[in-house]
Design a protein around this ligand. Structure first.
Ligand SMILES: NC(=O)c1ccc[n+]([C@@H]2O[C@H](COP(=O)([O-])OP(=O)(O)OC[C@H]3O[C@@H](n4cnc5c(N)ncnc54)[C@H](O)[C@@H]3O)[C@@H](O)[C@H]2O)c1
Length: 338
């Protein structure tokens, strides 16, 4: 018997950009706690429908992320689904204008920020064209700047809570993805005395990683014996198969939607692998952006709220342990209802 899947979100707007021709999806999962917020992802997809699915999934995760972080916002997401061959760089201003138009049409129910494929400068352009509905403009243009350092800070808080009472010193940590967040996490872990192994699809990053003191590997880090695996590339890293062969004791990282399906969390739990949900660990960036730009926090207050991710992590892990739940389920139970 087939069942019709019900729409769990609040609104979904899909437009074909009049200037760029690119399909742009803006998903609003919830505005129950406040305006929906979520980054703007610009990347190639096999089909525009995959982009829409990604926007729906990511917007739902943003609702939980905001609720767990105690922010007065709901979840949303923008996805500009580029064709497989990407976008001619000369057309990028057209695409940004189309994205801004799509966001402006929602009248403030949804606010955006940078994500894969978009930058702080794009946010400045969207902010200007969409009547202010974008976070993380460059600091010199009045925004809170890139969110990478805040995201890395939050992941490190979650990691410390995950390994407690041990310290980070001496742990073998694998960082998968040496981009803006992954690199900052590496730097900090090395400073704290961890033994860090790094991989990235972009092998041009190898000299930079090695200069920091990390070990570069081409091996599949998911299968490596590690104390901690840090997924810092794209989502969808953990499948039932990869979880079954995972060699890490703890998984915690910034990548959004790390599990391809919730059943993967059960495989990890049953294998005794602790997975800190990305909705908990990756909230530092959003906390910093809205804290500084909308909630009147100074840098110290925003950092204190980011560091409190350690408390949320500890609460999620202890609830999961006490009740034998997956950490996904525990995080959902701890999230105040939207
Ligand atoms: N930047 C933020 O503030 C922030 C906030 C929340 C979540 N995140 C998420 O964290 C992740 C990292 O963010 P970022 O800003 O560092 O992105 P980034 O684009 O700067 O870095 C990602 C890195 O991953 C590498 N990569 C891609 N696919 C890979 C693969 N299959 N194997 C190995 N390496 C691969 C890329 O080459 C790149 O170096 C993303 O999933 C992002 O959505 C970022």
């Amino acid at each position: 018997m087939s069942r019709t899947e019900s729409f769990a979100g609040e609104a979904l707007q899909v437009v074909r950009g009049t200037r760029s021709g690119v399909a742009i999806a803006v998903a609003i999962h919830s505005t129950a706690r406040g305006p929906a917020i979520g980054g703007c992802r610009i990347k190639p997809y096999p089909s525009w429908r995959d982009g829409v699915d990604d926007a729906l999934r990511l917007s739902a995760a943003m609702t939980t992320k905001c609720a767990l972080a105690g922010l007065p916002y709901g979840g949303g997401k923008t996805v500009a689904a580029l064709p497989a061959e990407g976008l001619d760089p000369a057309r990028r201003p057209d695409l940004i204008a189309d994205i801004a138009e799509a966001i402006a049409a929602l009248g403030g129910r949804y606010r955006t920020g940078p994500d894969i494929g978009s930058t702080s400068q794009d946010m400045a352009d969207i902010h200007r064209l969409a009547h202010g509905w974008a976070f993380c403009r460059p600091e010199e243009q009045g925004g809170s700047g890139t969110s990478s350092a805040a995201t890395a800070r939050g992941v490190l808080a979650a990691l410390r809570a995950g390994v407690a009472p041990r310290s980070v010193a001496g742990l073998r940590v694998g960082v998968l993805g040496f981009g803006s967040v992954g690199r900052l996490i590496c730097e900090s872990l090395l400073e704290q005395g961890a033994d860090v192994v790094v991989t990235d699809v972009d092998s041009g990053l190898r000299p930079v990683a090695e200069q920091l003191g990390a070990t570069w590997t081409e091996a599949d880090l998911v299968r490596e014996p590690l104390d901690v695996l840090v997924p810092a590339a794209t989502g969808g890293l953990l499948t039932v198969e990869s979880a079954a062969g995972c060699g890490a004791s703890l998984i915690v990282g910034p990548a959004n939607n790390q599990l391809v399906a919730e059943e993967v969390a059960m495989v990890l739990r049953d294998r005794g692998i602790t997975w800190i949900p990305d909705v908990v660990a990756s909230a530092g960036g959003i906390i910093h952006a809205v804290g500084r730009e909308a909630l009147g926090m100074d840098e110290a207050a925003a950092n204190a709220k980011i560091d409190a991710i350690a408390d949320t992590t500890a609460a999620v892990l202890s609830l999961a342990r006490e009740r034998g739940l997956t950490t996904v389920r525990a995080a959902r139970e701890l999230a105040p209802p939207a």
